[in-house]
Design a protein. Structure first.
Length: 126
């Protein structure tokens, strides 16, 4: 039977601490302020987080996929670059051509008014 060799404690403890620190140390963000300066856009143009860094939104994905050119594509261009076809029926977002007639004022007959008044007096709220 072979005897198992043990590492000396004075070596094992620092190595363990280094491994734990390496795992806990936050990684540097991939977003760089230079990109914002290059494109003239704020970080939130490309990133989901308003402060930048982290996952990219549609425009950021298209910008990176396009080789990081000097300008960030607008949303329609970004969708096209990503292979997404956006179909919009603009008529759903336009006001109707005719203006609706104004509503008549609410009128309560005097005899109904007393009945309504009595009903509301007995109502204690919601």
């Amino acid at each position: 039977m072979q005897k198992i060799k043990h590492f000396p404690l004075w070596i094992l403890i620092p190595l363990t601490l280094l491994a734990v620190l390496a795992l806990l140390h936050p990684q540097a963000a991939q977003a760089l302020p230079e990109y914002s300066a290059q494109t003239g856009e704020p970080c939130a143009t490309c990133h989901i987080s308003p402060s930048g860094g982290g996952p990219r939104g549609t425009r950021g994905q298209a910008w990176v996929g396009g080789g990081k050119p000097g300008i960030v594509p607008d949303l329609e261009q970004a969708l096209e670059l990503l292979g997404i076809r956006l179909v919009v029926d603009e008529s759903q977002f336009l006001a109707p051509a005719t203006t609706p007639a104004p509503a008549d004022a609410l009128r309560v007959a005097p005899e109904d008014g007393a009945q309504l008044n009595e009903l509301l007096r007995g109502h204690d709220g919601n």
